[in-house]
Design a protein around this ligand. Structure first.
Ligand SMILES: Cc1ncc(COP(=O)(O)O)c(C=O)c1O
Length: 418
């Protein structure tokens, strides 16, 4: 049972320890309409966009209304081109190594297929793998006779590097697919160390950075991945239906798309076609141009804010939320020890996670319940049916955190009683 003083103490500890940070929370709140509407802790689902992002989308839709979709696209061609450069600047690569997609799942599917995993070869996947990618991997395993292996984990549930090296040392052709930060916990995989192993043992390395771009510092050269896929709508605060990938230049040249499209290929004779040499070979012609313009604005805002500063702020906010929740009697943190991101997962004694998130929504506190069906290799493996997930962003202030903690403490006190 939670005592009222305990809950109060937890709320009091909720100060964001970010004195000196260049992140200006008050200003971010001014720029973010949604920050005034609810206490939004669902950046890992879809973060609140700024007014400038929304305005870029809406203005383009208005232009399409007036002049038509193709004509509108022609007018903003240069701005759409600039999105590639903005994405590249954020990841530390060149613009021709960027491909735009409509979702991270599409990017992961298209790019994994491009590796053409052959019968008898092996895919090693992290336990942090997201549901849609895992289902694709299992389908390939079934239909193409691929050996699908889950990477062994260490005591903190991260990829066990020594065990991974022992697997790779057998010299079998291997693709490594790793989720940097999962949907289901605050874990952060040792992506750079995995990159060293991938390069040492000549394994293809595909990184799912859906939860980490805009959240943690990312430099693809330092990480050593061949491919990185991410989405726009989470920690980058871009519109829904936007995503992009980095494909290392030499790697892209060696991987023809399995489903070429007029965007990246040219049908030159009855039975032959040319494929462009850049990452755009993986794109489709059709795309939501309005969303891409919004993505460009969000990318530039993220760069201007500064990724190192944002990462520091977010991980500190994650720590504050995690440790304050841990102090509430009846609450158990579900993140593995060593969790170091702004994703915080927890359980409340005697109350289903979906009930917790519904009760918090009644107080305008937005979190979600993540079921094991979104991550069987993680939550299922830990015999957890669902967790509550709170994921702050730079527009969350102390009042938001206090409302979250107060709400959870109240729910924990009730313990599922009506
Ligand atoms: C780690 C991770 N990978 C991939 C995805 C899939 O992203 P999308 O919904 O854009 O396909 C998600 C979505 O939550 C995710 O959390």
């Amino acid at each position: 049972m939670t005592s009222a003083p305990a809950a109060k103490a937890a709320r009091k500890d909720a100060a964001l320890p970010l004195v000196g940070s260049t992140i200006d929370v008050a200003r971010e709140r001014e720029l973010t309409l949604g920050a005034k509407v609810s206490h939004h802790f669902n950046a890992a689902g879809s973060a609140l966009p700024t007014a400038a992002v929304v305005s870029a989308v809406v203005s383009h839709l208005r232009l399409e209304e007036r002049v038509g979709g193709y004509e509108a696209a022609a007018q903003v061609k240069d701005r759409v081109e600039a999105v590639y450069g903005s994405a590249a600047a954020l990841l530390g690569c060149d613009a021709d190594e960027i491909a735009l997609f409509d979702s991270a799942s599409t990017g992961l599917r298209v790019l994994l297929d491009a590796f053409r995993p052959a019968p008898g070869s092996r895919i090693i996947a992290s336990r942090s793998t997201y549901v849609s990618h895992a289902l694709h991997l299992m389908t390939i395993q079934k239909e193409h006779g691929i050996d699908l292996v889950l990477a062994p984990t260490d005591a903190q549930r991260r990829v066990d590097l020594a065990a991974l090296e022992a697997l790779l040392a057998d010299g079998r052709p291997t693709i490594l697919t790793i989720a940097h930060v999962p949907t289901s916990s605050g874990l952060v995989e040792p992506v750079q160390e995995i990159g060293l192993l991938a390069r040492r043992y000549d394994a293809g390395y595909l990184l799912d950075a859906t939860q980490s771009v805009g959240h943690l510092e990312i430099d693809v050269a330092r990480i050593g991945c061949h491919v990185l896929v991410t989405t726009g709508r989470k920690f980058l605060r871009a519109p829904r239906g936007t995503a992009f990938a980095f494909i290392e230049r030499d790697c892209a040249a060696m991987l023809p798309p399995t489903a070429p499209d007029v965007r990246g290929s040219q049908w030159i004779r009855a039975f032959s076609w040319d494929v462009t040499g850049t990452a755009r070979r993986f794109e489709t012609w059709e795309a939501g141009i309005a969303g891409r313009l919004g993505l460009g604005v969000a990318l530039d805002e993220a760069s201007r804010r500064g990724i190192p500063e944002t990462a520091e702020w977010l991980t500190s906010a994650g720590d504050v939320v995690r440790e304050s929740l841990r102090a509430i009697p009846g609450v158990t943190i579900a993140d593995p020890a060593g969790a170091a991101s702004a994703i915080v997962t927890f359980l409340v004694d005697g109350v289903e996670s979906a009930q917790v998130s519904a009760a918090l929504a009644d107080r305008q506190v937005r979190v979600v319940s993540v079921p094991a069906t979104h991550g069987q290799w993680d939550l299922g493996d830990r015999a957890i049916t669902s967790v509550v997930r709170a994921s702050p962003h730079i527009y969350n202030d102390e009042d938001d955190i206090s409302e979250l903690l107060g709400g959870v403490a109240h729910i924990a006190r009730q313990g599922g009683r009506p």
